[in-house]
Write a new protein. Sequence first.
Length: 182
Amino acid sequence: MRLSLNPELRQSLESVVEDLAKNEIASRITEKDSTIWGPEAQPEASVRLGWVDSFKDAVNLIPEIIKLRDSLRSKGVDRIVLCGMGGSSLAPEVITKNSGVELVVLDSTAPDQVAAAINHLERTAVVVSSKSGSTVETDSQKRAFEQAFEAAGISPSERMVIVTDPGSPLDPASTQRRLPGL
């Protein structure tokens, strides 16, 4: 791919890139330097840089995720529903669509959309994703699936996985929902 910029924009961008390099912004982000955003934003920035190491954490989770996948497959589960709102569901939706992986994304609390996602429960597992763990909409989706699984005679703890930040309101439920064998 070749990108062409008009000379004025190119000159403006070169100046910005030079400034970023001079101030070692990429290295400072890698070091989780919260001072980059200035004194007013520093307290918030200091708790928002966990994503910098997320690739390391993700690599370490691969064996556990494969074990979970195999455990679910052995029980006939071949359908995954992701419950989440905004960033918790949009990135997985884009990634799975671009990689050809099937995923049902429930990014709504509209009754007809929730009802449409709650089907084929005998072959369904649900991933509840909320960074903050306090998103009311995601909690509502979670509760709807819990009730549906229970009504179908399926233990929600055997079919639901919770992904959230440590210490969030959903964190205790995520450790209680540890699927058997994991």
